[in-house]
Write a protein that binds this ligand. Structure first.
Ligand code: AMP
Length: 183
């Protein structure tokens, strides 16, 4: 099965739209026959995403470090839960088990995961594309940074470009196309 790794907050955020969007993204992935790889927790947007994907009959794979099993309330109902030793192993396994990456709103953890996915591609460790879903303008600042960094010559290669968009289905379809996993 082809899968998309979704990076998102361990909190739900200040607007109900964030969790609603996480649930919508879960359903869109399942509708497209794609599995979900995520951080394995029951809390925040992560939990909303996982529950909605499971409810829709999808495959959901969680990857959580042992130290976070309690803090992020490891989800007991997943298709597969991988408990790993370190954060590095978490990111490596999430990368291995997926064909593309999608970031929803989140905090430092989400950014860490997104930037590692992008930089590893830039360095040639994998060739899996990443997308950022700009929900309610949440990532306007990040998009401005990408544009400034490209304009000022710090981001050069098209390969490292990140897909960014505000419409979940359209962005997902661009990501799927870019990853070559359209069914
Ligand atoms: P946040 O976006 O900060 O709410 O975090 C979202 C997810 O990213 C949570 O499951 C965090 O445990 C995870 N996370 C935070 N830091 C890291 C890291 N360095 N490597 C991998 N995952 C992380």
């Amino acid at each position: 099965m082809k899968r998309v790794a979704v990076f998102c907050g361990a909190n739900v955020g200040a607007q109900p739209l964030y969790a609603e969007t996480a649930r919508l993204v879960a359903r869109l992935l399942v509708e497209r026959g794609l599995g979900v790889v995520f951080g394995g927790g029951r809390i925040g947007l992560m939990g909303a995403l996982a529950d909605a994907a499971l409810e829709a009959g999808g495959e959901v794979i969680g990857v959580i470090p042992q130290a976070l099993v309690d803090r992020e309330q490891a989800h007991g109902g997943l298709t597969e839960l991988n408990v790993v030793s370190t954060m590095h192993e978490r990111k490596a396994l999430m990368t291995q088990r997926s064909e593309a990456f999608l970031a929803l709103p989140g905090g430092f953890g989400t950014m860490d995961e997104l930037f590692e996915a992008i930089t590893w591609r830039q360095l040639g460790y994998h060739d899996k594309p990443a997308a950022v879903l700009n929900v309610a303008g949440f990532y306007d600042g990040l998009e401005a940074y990408f544009e400034r960094a490209a304009a000022d010559g710090f981001i050069s290669s098209l390969r490292t470009r990140v897909l960014i968009g505000s419409e979940p289905a359209a962005l997902l379809d661009r990501l799927i196309e870019s990853a070559g996993i359209a069914s």
